[in-house]
Design a protein around this ligand. Structure first.
Ligand code: 1HN
Length: 343
């Protein structure tokens, strides 16, 4: 049944509604609740690292770190427009450049962030007094409310992918920051250095921090995926999730993070799921099909995929595995009770 339109209503009635801050629902009802499936603003979008890298390095020459605080090019999904600076409804993505000797001063803010290190050696992020070295493929968490600053003792540019839940926190009108200076370094990574091993505090005390582990080394993640590949038959996804080692829950409350391996030549079909997702290629090569869109991912390329969209991942290489980092809105959808999978 076709619903009544705004234009069907007399002008004087519409004007009277407006003066009382009232709006008729029926002209907008179908847009708010489309039939059968949502109409996401998120578009399947691909960002080539080869294309963005020279632009990011040029930002290094154009804008000193003191003038930027964080030197970032934002991966803005065209579905939301450039001003929104969001990759999906809840995900913000940016590529950040730190040059040798530079320092990005401490601040803390309400949105949660993670960094996936893309290129370069010698940089570190100090989070809550813990100095976390940043190596390629490492995942470093900067959870809500914790001080964090970046420094670089190496001799070549360092680039990382920032993933934040900023669009959601901003939408909730809960986004703000507090400036700081340099933090004293108080610990050497908190003792969470090996997967599955949690340091005891005092006499059998365990950490109750929301994010006790702040750095997940790529060597550990990659080894876990290789071990899965050695045990599992083909066809089953080879995937690990980044979790809180104390509780086994997702590493962060809003966005979820994982890593996925594709064997040489492997094709993997993932069902349509309600959360939007981001795929970032750490190693190898991959083809990503999201609905009718197809993207070839080279190393360090990033793709955003809207929710409710089936995804096919393929490794075109006959002899090299491919490794992807995945960030998605799954924890948020599950907590809100709107999580859905469709086969
Ligand atoms: C932020 O704090 C960082 O600390 C990077 O490196 C990107 C984007 C929006 C808001 C805060 C950082 C950010 C950010």
């Amino acid at each position: 049944m076709e619903l009544g339109r705004l234009e069907d209503l007399p002008a004087d009635y519409r004007a009277a509604l407006a003066t009382q801050h009232l709006v008729p629902l029926w002209p907008s009802l179908r847009a708010l609740l489309p039939p059968g499936t949502p109409r996401p603003r998120t578009q399947a979008t691909h960002w080539s690292y080869e294309a963005l890298r020279p632009l990011l390095l040029r930002a290094g020459a154009l804008t000193p770190i003191e003038k930027a605080e964080r030197r970032v090019l934002v991966l803005a999904n065209p579905g939301f427009g450039a001003e929104s600076m969001q990759a999906s409804a809840a995900i913000y993505l940016g590529m950040q450049l730190l040059l040798p000797g530079e320092w990005a001063p401490a601040h803390r803010h309400t949105p949660n962030a993670v960094r996936m290190i893309v290129e370069g050696e010698g940089a570190y992020t100090t989070v809550d007094g813990q100095k976390c070295a940043m190596g390629r493929g490492d995942l470093v968490l900067t959870p809500t409310g914790l001080w964090h600053e970046h420094g670089h003792d190496g001799d070549a540019p360092v680039v990382w992918l920032d993933v934040l839940d900023l669009p959601l926190v901003h939408y909730l009108e809960a986004s703000y920051h507090v400036d700081g200076g340099r933090q004293p370094v108080t610990a050497d990574g908190g003792g969470y250095t090996a997967p599955g091993i949690a340091p005891v505090r005092g006499f059998y005390g365990r950490s109750d921090k929301a994010s006790p582990m702040l750095r997940y080394r790529w060597a550990d993640t990659r080894a876990a995926l290789e071990a899965l590949a050695a045990r599992r038959a083909g066809g089953e996804p080879l995937m690990v999730r980044y979790v809180n080692p104390e509780t086994g829950a997702d590493a962060q409350a809003i966005l979820g993070y994982g890593a996925l391996m594709l064997r040489p030549g492997e094709v993997l079909d993932l069902p349509a799921r309600s959360p939007a997702a981001v795929y970032h290629l750490i190693e190898g090569a991959a083809e990503l099909s999201a609905g009718a869109q197809r993207h070839a991912l080279a190393e360090a390329d990033t793709s955003a995929v809207p929710g409710y969209t089936p995804v096919r991942l393929a490794n075109p290489s006959p002899d090299r595995p491919a490794f992807l980092f995945i960030a998605d809105e799954t924890p948020l959808h599950r907590k809100l009770g709107v999580y859905e999978e469709r086969s």
